[in-house]
Design a protein around this ligand. Sequence first.
Ligand code: ZN
Length: 199
Amino acid sequence: MNKLPHLFANNLAWSENLRHTDANFFETLAEQQSPEYLWIGCSDSRVPANEIVGLMPGELFVHRNVSNLVVHSDMNCLSVIQFAVDVLRVKHIIVCGHYGCGGVAAAIEEKPHGLIDNWLRNIGDTAMKYKNELSSIIEHRVKIDRLCELNVIEQVQNVANTTIVREAWQRGQDLTVHGWIYGIKDGLMRDLDVSVSGN
Ligand code: ZN
């Protein structure tokens, strides 16, 4: 017996709805995936990748972690990027942060949060790098939101500096890295205009 019956009921309805519009939807999808996009986003439950950009299963390769970080020693994230770039041959890598990110806020709080503070230290480093700009912002919420943007900008650079992406560009592969930010309050994305490509 299913322990969470409402979720299985939701799943059945979702599956039937998709089959209603395309009877062979899942059979076709089972053959292969060929997404054009890799999404690197926050684990936050309010930022569901596919829904935000209106993409169907099979159209978006997704990696999510707390505060959408790309850390050069994180084999999980690097493996996702490598598979997406080398095997799936995605054309776009989207780093999408969001305003009001709890991880970003926690990174510059004084109080400890346990193990996760080691992960959030990466955001602390970004806050240090931009401390002059950030210290000029009086309102705390505005400061957090600016750090959310700066964090995305730094992660775009981190993606672009991986050996995976550098080598893809060296061999002339069509690949662009984008930095976007999502507003939980209005459901809208903004392009931070920091896109980089190999050309
Ligand atoms: Zn977040």
